[in-house]
Each structure stands twice: as C-alpha cells, then as structure tokens.
Unconditional design. Structure first.
Length: 401
C-alpha cells in the first residue's frame, strides 16, 4: 500500500501548479513514467532535471495522472496518514461546531480525492480517486481514533462513492456500509435547527454542510419577515428563517422527495404552520408569483451548480442571470436578497458581474451587506483553485429612482 513503485518525470517547463503548492499533475505535463509503476500506488515525482518534487499516487486512466500527497517527506506510511488526519481534525476543533461538519476535504486537507463528513455520530465517506481509495481503510481508522480521543465516538460509517466522476478514474460507482449496518436516517442539529439527514439516498453525502454559517447569517434578516427560499432542497435556509422568527416562509424545490423531507424537518422543529414547501420548477414559478403581485421581505436563491465544466460557462452565466433577475423582482423595496453559486468554474469575478447585470436589467439597486464563501470546514487552499467553489452574497435591494 505504501510502497513507492516508480518515478514520474515532468516535461521541462511543466509542474508550475505543484511548484506553487497545488496537488494535481495532468497527463500532458509528464515526460516519462518508469517501468514497474502500478496505478493507484505511490510514485516519486521529479522535475525534468531529476529534482525531487514530492510523492503522490498515480492513475494513468485519469487526466489528473498524479495527485500529490507530500512535497517534502519521502516516507509515506500509516504514521504520515495519522498526522494528516489529526491536523485536519485539530483545525476543525478551532474553526467550526463539530457536531456535524466536514472532517476531511480532499486536497485542502492534503489528502487528495477523499471527503469525510460527520453527521452526529455517523461518518459518510466519498472517495473519488484510485490511490486514495486504496488508503481509505487507514484514513477511516485514523479519523475514528482521533474522534474517540475527543469523546466523539462513531457508531457507523457509510460510503457514498457514487459520483459519476469516479468513472473518469476508471472506477465503479459504489455505495454501502463500511462495517456494521445502522439506521441511515440520522438526526442532526445545526444553528438551533434539527434535521433528519438521509445519508443513504440524500444528495451528495446527505446534507450540504458548506452553507452552515451562511444559513446562520441569514437568520438576522428573517425575524417577522415574509421569506421565499428557492431551491430549498430539504429546507435548510427556510427552516433557519423559521427558527429566527419569520412570520411566513415558503420553500420551493423541484424534487418531491426533497420537499417531503423538508416538511418532515419543519414538523421536527414545530414550524409546520409557519414554514411550508411547494414542489415546483423555480424558473417557472417565480414569474407566476410576480404576475400574481406577490412580494417578499427576503428572497434566497441557492441553486444547484449550473456548470460542472469550463465548456458550459456561457450557458451557466445565462442561467444565473435569468434566475437572479426573476428573484430580484420579488424583493420588496428595502428587502433582502441572498444569492449564491456552488460551481467552481463560475469564478467570483464572473458571478459578481452576472449579478450586477441581472440587477441592472430589472432596475434594482443592490447594497452589499456581506460576501461570504463556504464554511471553514471546507477550507479554501489558495494554491488549489478547485477548493474555492461557493460564492454567497447578501444584499439589501433598493428600487432605482
């Protein structure tokens, strides 16, 4: 598992990304791969002049051919993995509420290709790269050991490695229990709101932890307000508005399964009379609400990623512009508007420009209150651009004179 099986030598002039601290080496950056190299196993990475650049794991089936584990240490073993895991968990003890949080965030925690989320006393694991898949049992063991020391024992582990991106690594999509079976409907509490999280069949790992503090930030605008939460999923922003004392909250999502889960979560918090959910296409519903003369004190847009590749950015910009125009039309003069993008490829500058164009098109002035990103348990590593993906704005909306 920890044996170095060979050497990868870069082409002259390549490797700029890892020299600046990045974690990925693409196939077109490689000059030579020594004999005996085994996909999914460790390799040394050398520059064109044989200068040692670190150790990573290789997969020649993937365009991301090498994912770096270490830039300086040559000895990658169980103790190395334990040190990485302990550092990741120690960071979270200082930055977030750990009752439910992301414990390991791939490249940003220097364990590329793996995500581990903690929901109360359950772990959900997503493995997206062949090399880290081989190290998965060791990583899970070290995570459980570290949590035990913090008096946070884990009763079960569920794997959600069912993302399509695994196929790019030549791997099958998989999901299921790691170890003993348990009830996969897990009760968590975040920001004073209780949720049932379906770790088996919910989206991604079951719940979007990255918006934790953005949801909390919205609470102060929602007291006594009429709130519209678009793309509500299982009701998280809507329920934060309800717990903050909103007089009426409407959550909208195209998924009937999501809306049913949201209704169950509303009942769990005693908010079923205040927070209601409608299963509908948000793009179609918003113009209908405008036509009906509806307006809201707070409108929240939390759409899914409109692009997952550079090739579809133009189409995504059009989608973000359209949904922001429609959402802004429903905000009362002096009301509040939250909007976000969770696509890495929609960079902050492009997203900001798109919101500006949307506001201009519907004759609204935006007074920026906050610009936020993902929760600190999804750390942003400046040398790994892919780790920054969530952009979140809060505005006050003022009609143009």
């Amino acid at each position: 598992m920890f044996t170095i099986t060979g050497t990868v030598k870069l082409r002259k002039g390549e490797g700029r990304t890892i020299k600046s601290g990045g974690a990925w080496i693409y196939d077109n950056e490689i000059d030579e791969i020594s004999e005996g190299v085994i996909d999914g196993r460790l390799v040394e990475v050398h520059d064109f002049d044989d200068y040692f650049m670190g150790i990573g794991f290789i997969n020649r089936k993937s365009k991301i051919t090498v994912r770096m584990l270490s830039r300086f240490e040559r000895n990658v073993d169980e103790a190395f993995i334990e040190k990485r895991v302990n550092a990741a968990i120690d960071y979270r003890t200082k930055t977030v509420d750990m009752s439910s949080c992301r414990l390991i965030f791939g490249e940003a925690d220097f364990l590329p290709g793996i995500v581990i989320d903690k929901f109360s006393d359950v772990l959900v694991v997503e493995s997206l790269a062949l090399g880290i898949d081989n190290l998965k049992p060791v990583i899970i063991e070290k995570v459980k050991k570290a949590l035990e020391k913090l008096d946070m024992p884990i009763r079960g582990v569920y794997e959600r490695s069912d993302a399509k991106v695994r196929e790019l690594e030549g791997m099958k999509r998989t999901k299921g229990f790691i170890g003993e079976e348990f009830d996969t409907k897990v009760l968590i509490e975040e920001n004073g709101v209780k949720y049932y999280v379906d770790v088996k069949d919910g989206q991604k790992t079951g719940f979007f932890l990255d918006q934790k503090y953005n949801r909390l930030a919205m609470q102060k605008f929602c007291k006594d307000a009429r709130v519209l939460d678009c793309f509500t999923h299982t009701g998280s922003f809507a329920l934060n508005a309800g717990i903050a004392g909103a007089r009426e909250v409407i959550g909208v999502d195209a998924s009937e399964l999501g809306c049913n889960q949201a209704r169950e979560n509303a009942r769990l918090n005693g908010l079923e009379d205040t927070v209601t959910f409608k299963c509908a296409d948000v793009f179609e519903l918003l113009p209908e609400l405008v036509e009906a003369g509806e307006s809201f004190d707070v409108v929240i847009l939390d759409p899914p990623a409109f692009t997952k590749s550079r090739s579809t950015i133009k189409k995504a910009v059009k989608g973000y512009r359209e949904i922001n125009m429609k959402g802004l039309k429903l905000v009362k003069n002096g009301g509040y508007f939250a909007t976000c993008s969770c696509s890495h490829f929609m960079d902050p500058e492009t997203f900001t420009k798109t919101i500006h164009e949307a506001a201009k098109s519907v004759h609204k002035r935006l007074r920026q209150i906050e610009y936020r990103t993902q929760s600190p348990d999804h750390p942003i590593l400046w040398s790994a651009d892919e780790s920054l993906y969530l952009k979140f704005y809060i505005f006050q909306v003022v009609d143009e004179l």
